[in-house]
Design a protein. Structure first.
Length: 166
């Protein structure tokens, strides 16, 4: 299974917007991630998101650019910022016919999910700035047989998207 973990784009501050939706920079960051994924031919069998508006917006923007139907988006509290990673990993283990999944969430849950996928002892640390995305390929969930294929930060996807649109 190809698992793409993406942290939401930059949100408004709580003073600017109590729901902390994506600001203009965050919207652009998410569009850039979507453009890059689409340009490399990535599509998703499943997209899941935290219920927080900024994560849902991130999932919808990327899903729209990669051809994922918005009405199929799965929203789960298992992706709340401080949720334990085991619930998401167990959910992924039980998916049949799913080869590629995008998970839109937050810090610190995304680094914890990545660590759990890569090393059951969670000794791995991955930096997830806003609008960062990584790909982890899992061959066998029971054996913790997974590889970190790549990690892109917002500045990378911005440059890649601009070169794609030029």
């Amino acid at each position: 299974m190809r698992i793409f973990l993406v942290r939401h784009g930059t949100p408004y501050t709580a003073d600017e917007d109590p729901e902390r939706k994506l600001n203009n920079e965050g919207l652009e960051q998410c569009r850039n991630v979507g453009i890059v994924l689409e340009s490399f031919g990535f599509s998703f069998d499943l997209i899941i998101s935290s219920p927080k508006p900024r994560a849902v917006q991130t999932a919808k923007i990327i899903g729209g650019l990669t051809g994922y139907p918005e009405d199929k988006l799965k929203i789960t509290p298992a992706l709340e910022p401080n949720a334990p990673p085991d619930e998401v990993v167990d959910f992924l283990k039980n998916q049949t016919g799913v080869n590629s999944v995008l998970i839109a969430g937050h810090f610190p849950s995304l680094p914890n999910i990545a660590a759990t996928l890569l090393d059951r002892n969670e000794k791995v640390s991955i930096s997830f700035d806003t609008a960062s995305i990584c790909r982890i390929d899992v061959q066998n969930f029971g054996m913790y047989n997974a590889d970190l294929r790549w990690l892109l930060k917002a500045e990378h996807t911005t440059l890649m998207a601009k070169s794609r649109l030029a």
